[in-house]
Structures are given as structure tokens and as C-alpha cells.
Design a protein around this ligand. Structure first.
Ligand code: URA
Ligand code: SF4
Length: 212
């Protein structure tokens, strides 16, 4: 498999892209996923070229997203919604998507446990993200977690040191990276959970301020 490029249609409107991604065999992940999960705006989903300032990029769909076909609708999405609220960002005004469009998982008993996508899958899926960027044309990208951040900012990017900063990359809108909501959910102590949640909200506030 040679990546998604051959599957991305010339017509870059979102409804066309969203339909086409279901046929993608650009890497092996489609084999074990229910469906591809494309990016979306919660409300004006079918706008051909939505006018939104912010694009938020996660890692890959999780178990719930894979079943429902929509990004960030599971536990991480619930937490993200709360944090967006606290940062006074309207999720309706954010185009939410993922670095990789199919759920990568391994079985553990009856559960499907999230497995981190590899460089090959990230690279294979990049044409879809590129098409979303060209169509949506956000003024700011917010990367949630190291996978999204490193896929755009390079593997040397360190989230712990550089979260919340405006990063400039040639050919892309400005980027702010922050923690993934799943990292907050995974925190082992209440104190850790509290601290990482505060970082996430503070970085989202910076993103909102940047767009003012
Ligand atoms: N985690 C992600 O990175 N993306 C989703 O859509 C859900 C969970
Ligand atoms: Fe295509 Fe991306 Fe799915 Fe791989 S993960 S099959 S490249 S849509």
C-alpha cells in the first residue's frame, strides 16, 4: 500500500472527501476498523468550504468514534468539550479531525485497546489531512497530543516543553500543540489529572486569544 494519495479526489469539497475516505486502502488500518472517521464541524457539517478559524487535530479515532463515525465523541471527546467550554471556545466553530482516519487497535479480552499509529500510517494518511487543510483553510491549528504535534512539527518536537507556544511551519497555518485529553484521563493521580487538565485549558485559551 502506497498511502492515501491515489484515493483523494480532485474535488476537495468536504462532502466529497468524507465520502471518498471510506474507500481508502492507503494503509492496512482500514482492514480492522468499522469505518473511516473524517473531520467535521459539529453543526454545518455539509458546508462545502466552511469558514472556521481553528482546526483541531487529534491522533486517531477511538473505539466510540470508530463505531459512530465521528471524531471525539467518546470519553476523550467529552473531556475536550468541557475544556473547550472553559476556554470559551465554541466547538461548533472548530473543525475537528484526526491525524489518522482509521482506528488502530489490538484485542484485550472483549475490549479493543487503542494502539498508537506508526510513522508509516501517519505518512500514508497525510494526504487526507492535507486535503482538509486546503479546503478548510484554518487560521490556526491546534494539535492535541504528541502524535498530531510531531506529525506536523517533526519528531524532535517536545510537547512537554513547547506546548502552548505558537509554532511556524512553512506552508502551514500557525500551530499550537497541547496535551491530548486522553492524557488527562490516563493520569494516575488526582493531582496529575488536575495539573494536566489545567495545562490543556490554558493552552486552549491561548489559542482562543490568538484568534481574537
Ligand atoms: N482520540 C483522538 O485522538 N481522536 C478521537 O477522535 C478520539 C479520541
Ligand atoms: Fe487510508 Fe488513512 Fe485509513 Fe490508512 S488510516 S486506510 S491512509 S484513511
Amino acid at each position: 500500500t502506497n498511502g492515501a494519495a491515489a484515493f483523494v479526489p480532485g474535488d476537495r469539497s468536504l462532502p466529497v472527501l468524507r465520502k471518498a475516505v471510506q474507500q481508502c486502502h492507503g494503509c492496512d488500518l482500514y482492514r480492522h476498523a468499522t469505518q473511516a472517521v473524517f473531520g467535521e464541524l459539529e453543526t454545518h457539517e455539509d458546508a462545502t468550504r466552511p469558514k472556521v478559524a481553528m482546526m483541531m487535530i487529534g491522533e486517531q479515532p477511538g473505539d466510540q468514534e470508530d463505531r459512530q463515525g465521528r471524531p471525539f465523541v467518546g470519553p476523550a471527546g467529552k473531556l475536550l468539550d468541557q475544556c473547550l467550554d472553559e476556554a470559551r471556545i465554541d466547538r461548533d466553530a472548530v473543525y475537528v479531525t484526526n491525524t489518522v482516519k482509521h482506528f488502530k487497535w489490538e484485542p484485550r479480552g472483549k475490549l479493543r485497546i487503542h494502539k498508537k499509529p506508526g510513522m508509516q500510517e501517519i505518512r500514508a494518511c497525510r494526504p487526507w489531512l492535507q486535503a482538509e487543510l486546503e479546503t478548510v483553510r484554518p487560521r490556526l491549528i491546534v494539535c492535541l497530543g504528541a502524535v498530531a504535534a510531531q506529525s506536523l512539527l517533526g519528531s524532535k518536537f517536545r510537547l512537554t516543553q513547547a506546548h502552548g507556544e505558537i509554532e511556524e511551519v512553512k506552508g502551514l497555518p500557525p500551530i499550537i500543540a497541547t496535551l491530548h485529553p486522553s492524557a488527562v484521563l490516563r493520569a494516575r493521580t488526582d493531582e496529575d489529572r488536575h495539573r494536566s487538565r489545567e495545562i490543556l485549558v490554558a493552552d486552549l485559551k491561548r489559542a482562543a486569544d490568538y484568534l481574537k
